[in-house]
Design a protein around this ligand. Structure first.
Ligand SMILES: [Zn+2]
Length: 392
C-alpha cells in the first residue's frame, strides 16, 4: 500500500489520553463525509449576520473575530483612534480574495470572497494527504505524480472517484474548519493593517524583513521587476504588502485566539497565502503583479516571522504551548508549500522534502521551551469545543 492510513498529525498515541482520544474519534465519525464544495460557513455567518449585506454588518458582530485586537482602553470614547471595534467584515463574490474599502463615515470594511474560503477549505483537505504521502517514504516520481491533486483547486473542477476517495480517507473536518477560520482571520487582520496601521507601524514592521531575509529586495524584487512601469510606486506597494503581512502576524499574536492555540493561527496564515498562490495560478499563471509580491515569497517571510516569534520565550509566558502534533503540522506546511510549487523535482535537485520538514521541526522543538499535550477538539451541534486534558 502506498499510503499509511493514519496522517501522522492525527495519531494520538499517549495512553493517558485514551478517553479524550475516543471522544475525539467518535466526534470525527459523527461528522461523516468531508466538506465538498464550500457550504455556508458558520463562523463567518456568525461574524457578520446577514452575509453580503454591508448595511446589516455590525461592529459588535465581529467581536468574536477581532476581539480587542490592539484596542486602546476606552477606545469608544476616542473616535479618532481606529481599532478592530471599528472594522466591519463581510463576505462577497469579489475578484479579490480579500480587500478593504471605506464605508460612508470612514469606517473600514473588509470583504472576504467566497472563492477564498472555498480554496482554503480545499487546500486544508489536501494538506493531510501530503503528511500521509511523505510518511510513506515516496519516490520522487510518486510525490511528483500526486501533485495532480491540485487539479481539485481549479474552479468548477470535478474529481475522479479514486482521487475523491483518497481525499475523503485523509479528511479531518475539524482541522479544515479551524484552519480555514484561522486563514480568514489572518486575512482580515492583513486588511485591517491596511486600514488602521499608521505609517510608523508599517515602517517598523517592514524593517523586520531586513533582519529575516537580508538582501531580499536586491535579490528577489529588483532583478525581476525593474522593467515595471512606475517601479517606485510598485516597490512602495510591495513593501506595504509585506508590512501588512507582518502586522497581521502581530495582530493575531495579540488576539485571544493565540492564547490557547497559537499553532493553528500560524497554520491559518500559511493556508491563506497558499490560497492566494493557487488563485493567482488559475487567474494568470502567477504573472508578475505590479502591486503584490508573489505569495510564495510572502509565505517565506510570514513563516520566518512566525518562527522568530515562536522562538521568543516571552511569547510562551502567557500562551499555552503546543504539542508534538501541532509542531508536526507546522513543519509539514513548509514541505507542502514547496511540493505545491513543484520544488521536489529531480531537475531542480530538490528531492529533499524530509530535510525541509525536519529543519522546521528541529527549530521548533529547540526553541519552544517545553512541548505540551496537544489540545483535542470535538464538535457538537453547538460548535467546536476543547476537550479538557485529564491531570497527569
Ligand atoms: Zn494587502
Amino acid at each position: 500500500m502506498l499510503f499509511n492510513p493514519e496522517y501522522p498529525s492525527l495519531k494520538l498515541e499517549d495512553p493517558e489520553e485514551k478517553a479524550e482520544n475516543r471522544l475525539a474519534k467518535s466526534q470525527r465519525k459523527f461528522l461523516g463525509s468531508p466538506v465538498k464544495a464550500a457550504p455556508a460557513q458558520p463562523w463567518l455567518l456568525n461574524a457578520v449576520g446577514d452575509i453580503g449585506n454591508f448595511k446589516n454588518a455590525s461592529t459588535s458582530a465581529i467581536d468574536q473575530w477581532l476581539q480587542a485586537w490592539r484596542m486602546p482602553p476606552r477606545s469608544w470614547e476616542r473616535p479618532d483612534i481606529l481599532s478592530s471595534r471599528a472594522v466591519f467584515v463581510g463576505l462577497a463574490d469579489t475578484a479579490d480574495m480579500a480587500s478593504v474599502s471605506t464605508l460612508q463615515g470612514g469606517a473600514p470594511f473588509v470583504t472576504v470572497s467566497s472563492r477564498f474560503i472555498k480554496l482554503c477549505t480545499q487546500i486544508s483537505e489536501i494538506f493531510p494527504l501530503f503528511g500521509i504521502l511523505v510518511a510513506s517514504d515516496p519516490t520522487l516520481d510518486e510525490i511528483q505524480a500526486m501533485r495532480s491533486l491540485f487539479q481539485y483547486l481549479e474552479p468548477n473542477s470535478t474529481l475522479d472517484v479514486p482521487m475523491a476517495q483518497l481525499l475523503q480517507s485523509a479528511s479531518d473536518p475539524l482541522f479544515i474548519e479551524r484552519t480555514t477560520a484561522a486563514a480568514v482571520r489572518w486575512s482580515i487582520a492583513h486588511e485591517m493593517a491596511h486600514a488602521v496601521a499608521g505609517q510608523k507601524d508599517r515602517q517598523n514592521a517592514y524593517k523586520r524583513v531586513s533582519d529575516l531575509m537580508p538582501n531580499m529586495e536586491a535579490s528577489q524584487w529588483g532583478p525581476k521587476r525593474y522593467k515595471l512601469e512606475k517601479y517606485e510606486v510598485s516597490l512602495r506597494r510591495y513593501r506595504d504588502e509585506i508590512a501588512c503581512d507582518l502586522l497581521a502576524n502581530d495582530f493575531i499574536l495579540d488576539s485571544p485566539f493565540a492564547a490557547d492555540d497559537l499553532i493553528t493561527q500560524v497554520s491559518g496564515a500559511l493556508l491563506a497565502l497558499e490560497a492566494l498562490k493557487w488563485e493567482g495560478w488559475h487567474d494568470d499563471r502567477s504573472a508578475l503583479s505590479p502591486t503584490h509580491p508573489s505569495p510564495t515569497l510572502r509565505f517565506k517571510i510570514v513563516l520566518n516571522d512566525w518562527l522568530t516569534k515562536l522562538a521568543d520565550p516571552d511569547v510562551w509566558k502567557v500562551r499555552e504551548r503546543p504539542g508534538a502534533l501541532g509542531i508536526e503540522d507546522l513543519a509539514h506546511w513548509v514541505g507542502f508549500e514547496k511540493w505545491g510549487s513543484g520544488a521536489y523535482r529531480s531537475h531542480r535537485d530538490g528531492a529533499t522534502w524530509q530535510d525541509d520538514i525536519d529543519a522546521v521541526r528541529q527549530h521548533l522543538t529547540q526553541s519552544i521551551p517545553e512541548i505540551m499535550n496537544d489540545t483535542i477538539y470535538a464538535k457538537t451541534d453547538e460548535g467546536i469545543f476543547r476537550v479538557q486534558h485529564t491531570a497527569r
